[in-house]
Design a binder for this molecule. Sequence first.
Ligand SMILES: Cc1ncc(COP(=O)(O)O)c(C=O)c1O
Length: 403
Amino acid sequence: MGDRAAMLRRVNEIFDRRWFTNNGPLVQEFESRIQTLTGVRHCVAMCNATIALEIAARALGFHGEVIVPAYTFVATAHALQWQEITPVFADMDPATHNLAADTIERLITPRTTGIVGVHVWGRPCDTTAIEAIAAKRGLKVMYDASHAFGCSHGGRMIGNFGACEVFSFHATKFINSFEGGAVVTNDDELAAKMRLMRNFGFTGYDRVIYPGINGKMTEVCAAMGVTSLESMTEIVAHNRQNYEAYREGLAGLPGVTLKEYDPNEQRNYQYIVVEVEATAAALNRDELVAVLQMENVLARKYFWPGCHHLEPYKSLQPNAALLLARTEAVAARVIVLPTGQSVSVAAARQVCQIIRRALAVAGDVRERLQARGGVSPEIPARLLARAKDLAIPAGAGGPANAP
Ligand SMILES: Cc1ncc(COP(=O)(O)O)c(C=O)c1O
């Protein structure tokens, strides 16, 4: 949450100024801080990352087909589909969970206009290989960096790759502005175009020179974003401690692998990602998620079942899975474990103990799960009620659909 007193002071100042939205001083401060942190020339703050993706795709002139990984939050695909651009789903590299560059070329058709890479879990995708293919085939590249604010790639901050990159500052992200997003770019012309598009195409009170939408960030959201940024060092340090606790607590467990972060790069450590290999672990992923949720641990399958299995893609592209074998396999193995400031190191250790205990008595656990009718894909009502106590509204960016 950042410093509550600092946030409330900023909210009071907003009321004193009576400047609530339309590129207010806090939005400008938020943008300027992001520019400084990432070393990118332009930051255009938006109301959320989904609208930011839509505006960026439109500003880049994407149309026809655009190649995206199937292993991402559905907003990456929706931002294209919403504008009647077909997302063409590419497979992943199972080592990184990111778009596999070697799968891109065979998906390019005369209708392809671009590639959207996603830095899944804040671990950068292979920008060099992706951009080399794009240059060879005359395509534009942008990145969905929703997970990757504060992360580096080869020593350069994420934000500096492709034509532009999009961050999310949704409440589930380690830096949040309640709802919020931003496009960052080193391209002056592109930045100017996106600023127009964010504000209906207005350049003055009575002058509209471009088709636009309302993608503006409000002052109260920017206040939260600035306040959150002020605590960035502590938030990352806490996330890192939790990550180390999980790493230690899960070490040596057969079939359970924590996805590691490169210690030589800057990372935000906001995702604790575990793969459960059913052939080696005593319980499979779904059984382990069921046990954790019954123990009041909000463990989640991510990005299960993969964008291509969600509507409208499931109906529009019913055979997409045939080219997505690696995505299918990984999506069936991943669990994301709880972290963030509301999860203490002690709680992270406790989660590891629950996993160890469940695997140690796996036969018994499986029998009991089967007696209850098998594993349910739904989050138990009890856990949703608990989430409500924590003011995480289920179904509204909370446990049921948290990105
Ligand atoms: C990879 C990815 N893309 C896009 C989004 C959409 O972001 P927002 O919720 O800010 O619209 C998210 C989730 O927040 C995400 O995780």
